[in-house]
Design a protein around this ligand. Structure first.
Ligand code: SR1
Ligand code: MG
Length: 386
């Protein structure tokens, strides 16, 4: 049948044809697309006893339209990542019920009983004790099992080859890891930040450090990443009285530096902290970097004795984790910067009544994280900087 862009009215027939839903007379569909890239639909029966989500990759960046073409093959990377994560952390992703590579469409669990973490935080909620720890644990589970510690060398080479994702990596190389430091039509910022945006473009030392992080992103095939692990890629809530954390949208997945996933999460936590500071609603924001690192490190060290290649000794583990930490600090800096003077901004800041002061603080913090990542070797150092 080939690829066709699904509209709301197509979803009942699509779900029936794919064997997900029999009674197409009892199905109500609404579009809930929210992210920058794709379309998402929710299908629900009248009594609410059945519901599913359908996510389809468009042949362009959704928020830009056909003027920014993008292969819908990115959904293949997402489906592959979900399959990989399902092997090691099935409790931390939505249930995937089917993937149709012809239509680049995933059918998955409806998670609308949960909330997007960024939305909750923007509304003034705290993180609670579980969320960041689970995120760190997920990064460890995915990264250890897809690294040379968790996989035989030949399998790893096959994974690296299968996970090559040039178009989406190029987006990150551009919109995160170079454009904000250049004059580029994608960039925009608040007029009150003109001075800092110009300073960042003129700062040769900053550019060299970003170049270093960019090159690491391009070459350091440490493990399979989520690739876009911000607070809009996390859903939280409770089910049957227990806390639930689900990470979704791994379409930017590829084999890269582990610190990129941690750094993205840290950046978004630090920006949420600036929002809360501006609104006077600070809660447990300051704990999140430490909690996610502790969750990551504890799980990675727990898995270490199972490594497939024992030439990597315990002293090497310490060195490796230090490198991941330092990379994460740097990538946190680049993520903060691009979210304020680059293409895709964060509602954490844009919806503030007076966004400039908090954005300025965050931008300055981002620069320090990039420039001083080698010396910022503990969570306390980062707290002191904040
Ligand atoms: C053109 S895409 C811009 C951003 O949206 C995605 O969610 C990624 O964060 C990407 O960098
Ligand atoms: Mg996304």
């Amino acid at each position: 049948m080939g690829y066709r862009i699904l509209e709301t009215d197509d979803i009942p027939g699509y779900l029936r044809d794919r064997g997900h839903w029999d009674d197409v007379d009892d199905i109500h569909v609404r579009e809930v697309s929210d992210g920058n890239m794709n379309r998402v639909f929710l299908a629900r029966s009248t009594d609410g006893s059945r519901s599913l989500a359908v996510k389809q990759a468009l042949p362009w960046v959704r928020v830009a339209g056909p003027s920014w073409p993008m292969s819908p093959d990115r959904a293949d990377a997402e489906a592959r990542a979900y399959a990989q994560i399902a092997e090691v952390a099935p409790d931390k992703i939505p249930a995937i019920l089917g993937y149709n590579p012809e239509n680049h469409a995933l059918v998955m669990e409806d998670m609308s009983d949960l909330e997007v973490l960024r939305t909750l935080l923007n509304e003034g909620a705290s993180y609670g004790p579980h969320t960041s720890a689970r995120i760190g644990e997920l990064v460890a589970q995915l990264s250890f099992t897809t690294s040379d510690f968790g996989m035989p060398s030949a399998d790893r080479k096959a994974l690296i080859a299968a996970s090559v994702s040039p178009e989406l990596c190029k987006i990150t190389e551009d919109v995160v890891l170079s454009e904000p430091y250049l004059t580029h039509e994608h960039n925009h910022w608040l007029p009150e930040l003109d001075d800092l945006a110009a300073e960042f473009r003129a700062d040769a030392a900053l550019r060299t450090e970003v170049a270093d992080l960019r090159h690491t992103f391009m070459t350091s095939a440490q493990a399979l990443l989520h690739g876009d692990l911000h607070t809009g890629s996390v859903m939280v809530g409770t089910r049957e009285g227990a806390p639930v954390v689900r990470v979704f949208d791994p379409e930017f997945s590829f084999v890269g530096p582990i610190g990129y996933d941690l750094g993205l999460y840290w950046a978004n936590a630090l920006v949420s902290e600036e929002r809360a500071r501006a609104l006077g609603t600070l809660a447990d924001h300051a704990d999140q970097l430490r909690l996610s690192w502790d969750g990551f490190e504890t799980e990675f060290r727990r898995l270490w004795p199972t490594r497939v290649d024992t030439f990597f000794d315990d002293a090497y583990l310490d060195r490796f984790l230090r490198r991941v930490w330092t990379d994460a600090v740097g990538y946190a800096g680049t993520e903060i910067v691009r979210r304020i003077i680059g293409f895709a901004h964060l509602t954490d800041l844009t919806t503030l009544p007076a966004p400039a002061p908090a954005s300025r603080r965050a931008l300055l913090l981002g620069r320090e994280l990039i420039l001083r990542r080698e010396e910022l070797s503990t969570a306390d150092h980062i707290r002191a900087l904040v």
